[in-house]
Design a protein around this ligand. Sequence first.
Ligand SMILES: [Zn+2]
Length: 389
Amino acid sequence: MRIILPALFLAMIQAQTPPAPPAAPDPVTTLVERLDLEKYKATSKGLTQFGDRRQGTDRNRAAVDWIEAQLKSYGCPTDRIKYVYDPPPAGGGRGRPNTGLAVGGGRPRGDKIPTGVNTDPMKQPDEKLRALNMQPTTPGPREMVYCTKVGTTHPEEMYIVGGHMDGHGWGEAANDDGSGTALVMELARVFNAPDVKTERTIRFALWNNEETGSQGARAYIAQRQDLQGKENPPGSGKYPEPKWLGMIQHDIMLFDHGMPLPDGTMRKEQRAEADVNIEFQSNSKMAAESMKLAWVFEAANEKYATDYPAAVGPHMTNTDSGPFIDIIPAISLRENERGVQIGNGWDPQWHQPTDVYATYNDKDFRLGLNAAQTTLGAVAGLTGATLNK
Ligand SMILES: [Zn+2]
């Protein structure tokens, strides 16, 4: 009896419980599965045909045109921001006060190797690439391109998903920031497929002039901040500048080979513990809201990224999300933390002639793809993405 009675009782309960219907597939999973390593690599490779894409050159302008043509081909309507960049005279560097801390406020540890921007053409051994990068930058008019997926029920609110398309250093700016630019373009492709709807608007922004101090992002804020949430023309249901709900920047996504070794060299392969670094800036007006947004992305990484985890840190700095930190929730995604890790030399290709497509292998590109999966999953959730049957 001791055995039979509970067994009978269990059988009765089971008989009363109908089997659960199969769960509807998560549409976000379907969207994330539309990202693809080979497509991500192909878009990255396409960007490297324009050399280092330095701002104020013909190769930079040609890259803006090429990016715009791709975005249009994905069905994402484009627009441009126009501004003028007149750099201050060189040599007036004030330098930072020596606090012992890295840019962004973090405390560096471990072995460090020097970093900097290469300005010597002869350090580029590939003669064809050297010739492609030869035209110098000149002051004057600049343009950057963005495209927009309009929300169905809340077209008046949007998230901005960004990366910077300019680079420097006499390479191909393949990682900094071809990798982030390609990520944003791939997300534009997936979100603008004909069967995808989002409740809220998403803007895909390819900033120019990041390397000179984010003048493209600053021009965007100066020209468009006051237009937010205004219906124009009145009664049209159109919002040329939806209210900004958050800004998510992607800047240098591929290379996490760990800290420099004591002899000043680097590991040859992506480290097994590689991660996507999601940063916000604790020293900003929107710190609490930005931190909350960062953890939404961490959760999306847990759910949707196939290979590499994410880590959240409070020292976001030196990228196009910076100009937004006191206005809206703003975060960045990177291969490493910008201040204490990249600043300590964790990426020896950074702004160097070696930042070319051929430097990276599939394990490197896969880290960028995992960042794309992270942002796609998070933004799909935040904007209420669904699939038409
Ligand atoms: Zn960058």
